[in-house]
Write a protein that binds this ligand. Sequence first.
Ligand SMILES: [Zn+2]
Ligand SMILES: [Zn+2]
Length: 164
Amino acid sequence: MKIDLTNIPPDGKYIEFNFSPDWWNPDFKNDHIIGLSMPLSGWIKLHYFAKKVAVEGALSTTLKLRCDRCLEPYDKPLSTNFKFFLSVTPYAGDLDIKLSEEDLNLIFIDGNYLYIDQIIKEQIILNTPMKTICSVNCKGLCPVCGCNLNFETCSCAKKLNTIK
Ligand SMILES: [Zn+2]
Ligand SMILES: [Zn+2]
């Protein structure tokens, strides 16, 4: 889904979106996010504000994350709002899109087009914690035999103790 930034009406452009879980592309590489467990829905609005484009929106879905400790997938609801500005300056009759300080990571602009999917993906990643834990009580994997200590018990810890 792309929007021509040279063609935003004076009262702005409003788009609602609704993606099925398979929208999440495995190419969107992120170690923690496996995919979506629920459809993704939300809206985005673009309008000119002085010489900038204001981008506002909201999204909600349920993420399927991988636990850092036990490596099992788990669901985490996500609901977030966002707002930022893109700096644009007229150049040779065309728009020259400049990166604003707030957004150094503008992978979602190509020429005069703004890629909505990339903005949404970026927001999802920004709202995913650096450390993903399925539960504060997650026992993780045994460092010796690799079994999931949430579901299994092993005698590795005992053996280690007897060696000491
Ligand atoms: Zn876990
Ligand atoms: Zn073990």
